[in-house]
Design a protein around this ligand. Sequence first.
Ligand SMILES: [Zn+2]
Ligand SMILES: [Zn+2]
Length: 101
Amino acid sequence: MFCPECKSMMFPMEGVLTCKRCGYSGKSKSKASTKIVTKMHEEKEMMVITEDTATLPKTKAECPKCGHNEAFFVLRQTRASDEPETRIYRCVKCSASWREY
Ligand SMILES: [Zn+2]
Ligand SMILES: [Zn+2]
């Protein structure tokens, strides 16, 4: 059995054929974890406020990082359009970002 990724010999590890060179394994589980990583990445992208903060509205919100009580905010529509918009905050003082749950 050879690795479909890098064509190296694969060895069974914990009952699953695994490539020692690139870490590829035939486990279907590895595919699922890749998906989760992608989703987390998307969420992270969504969190980033790219707008110029000078144009953003401010609101009273407590920063979880420094405790400052004023933050900029933007509304983000998640990929699933049936979900409500998420409000992303950015602390005026320390620029920390967080989202409203
Ligand atoms: Zn490989
Ligand atoms: Zn802060």
